[in-house]
Design a protein around this ligand. Structure first.
Ligand SMILES: *[C@@H]1O[C@H](CO)[C@@H](O)[C@H](O)[C@H]1NC(C)=O
Length: 393
């Protein structure tokens, strides 16, 4: 009996200490899913403006024969990440697996410009980067997300999807549901983790300073034909390794900032698997559009400058996204130690959205922006709450 309890204790301890699986390193998210014995499908769709994007699907859980009908859920990753962020932590902690085992038909989208969606029917991203990367999260919303939802509904047969977004994945929901309000009827419930739309009080003063000159930075980047953040391969590994094990705060304040706000709750043992997919590629114009939000304070469309704004929008300033048009119930999940979105900005945003299902602050003071996808205890702190809310809609 004593032996049995010792074994049981050891077993429970080892369950609690699940680390991500090293055999996932170097695999794409779909291959990771298959690597753990889950059903895995890869779908490529062509958006209305010609981008070819990849959706990975986990059609059902591991202990499930897949015959019953399941409600679909679309997961949308953050800026400079990719769908790998929802499976890198493995079956016990990766949200993709957890939702599949909870009875959902799970779809992991990859925005245009990421390593898994760097394709277009006629534009070559390497030969014509100025054309290929001529998008912000506005286009990711109205094409990639909208077209993904329609595709998922067609394959699954349901009339609406559940939505889960992290960071930029929240931005694109807010853009879509306010710009093409018909999509509110196609989304049962939107779960927004670390919502990025109002970024008026961006906590980092160094970056806030740069944002004042964001238009000049953009002109300069164009002049030197830099359109992409190629965070893949060697560059990615170097940057991430540097910032996970940053030397010290004095010698490298920027890395210290990235570490404290983004990577603070990641278990070092998870790093090799997490960084094998994230960060992924992205377009610099996305970054600049966020920079405009920091500078201007609102949640609005791309700012061309007064003259061209008048021509394109008929107004000197770009139009605000009209969040009052969002009828989908929205569940917000935010963190006190989010190094990008302050509590004040989050609360301002939540007050602008008409149908708030819950505005949940993670009960942990050091939980950061990246922790929603990477924290060792994200299940207890966030995902259990999310599953509970989803079951109510
Ligand atoms: C980028 O798209 C805008 C419209 O959104 C267009 O006016 C501009 O000419 C495009 N630039 C390039 C280089 O394709």
């Amino acid at each position: 009996m004593a032996l049995f309890s010792i074994l049981l204790t050891l077993c429970l301890l080892s369950i609690h200490q699940v680390l991500s699986d090293k055999s996932d390193i170097g695999l794409n998210p779909g291959e990771m899913v298959a690597n753990h014995g889950y059903p895995s499908e890869t779908h490529e769709i062509t958006t209305d403006d010609g981008y070819i994007i990849t959706l990975y699907r986990i059609p059902h859980g591991i202990n499930d024969d897949g015959t019953a009908k399941r409600p679909p859920v679309l997961l949308m990753h953050g800026f400079s990440a990719c769908s790998g962020e929802f499976v890198s932590l493995g079956p016990e902690r990766g949200l993709g697996y957890i939702l599949a085992d909870a009875g959902y038909d799970v779809w992991l989208a990859n925005a245009r410009g990421t390593a898994h969606s760097r394709k277009h029917i006629s534009i070559d991203p390497d030969l014509n980067p100025e054309q290929f990367f001529n998008f912000t999260w506005h286009e990711i919303a109205i094409y990639d997300v909208a077209n993904s939802i329609d595709y998922i509904l067609e394959v699954n047969g349901d009339e609406s999807v559940y939505y889960v977004g992290h960071s930029q994945g929240t931005t694109v929901f807010l853009v879509l549901a306010s710009t093409i309000p018909e999509y509110n009827n196609k989304i049962k419930l939107a779960n927004l983790m670390a919502p990025a739309a109002i970024i008026k009080h961006y906590p980092n003063t160094f970056i806030q300073g740069i944002c004042k000159y964001v238009d000049r930075v953009w002109d300069l980047l164009q002049k030197y034909r830099i359109y992409e953040i190629p965070l893949v391969g060697t560059i990615r590994d170097t940057v991430t390794t540097l910032c996970v094990n940053y030397p010290d705060e004095e010698s490298d304040p920027l890395c210290a900032f990235i570490h404290d706000s983004m990577l603070s709750r990641i278990d070092e043992a998870d790093v090799p698997v997490v960084v094998s997919n994230c960060p992924s590629g992205a377009g610099l114009k996305q970054y600049v559009h966020y920079g405009q939000l920091v500078r201007d304070g609102g949640f609005r469309q791309w700012n061309y400058g007064t003259e061209k704004n008048l021509e394109v929008y008929g107004t000197e300033n770009p139009p605000d996204y009209d969040l009052s048009l969002i009828t989908t119930p929205v569940a917000f999940y935010y963190a006190k130690n989010d190094g990008l979105i302050t509590v004040e900005d989050e609360n301002t945003l939540a007050a602008m959205v008409p149908n708030v299902a819950i505005n949940y602050m993670v009960p942990d003071d050091s939980f950061s922006h990246g922790a929603f996808a990477m924290a060792d205890d994200v299940v207890e702190l966030v995902y259990n709450e999310l599953l509970d809310i989803m079951s109510q809609y």
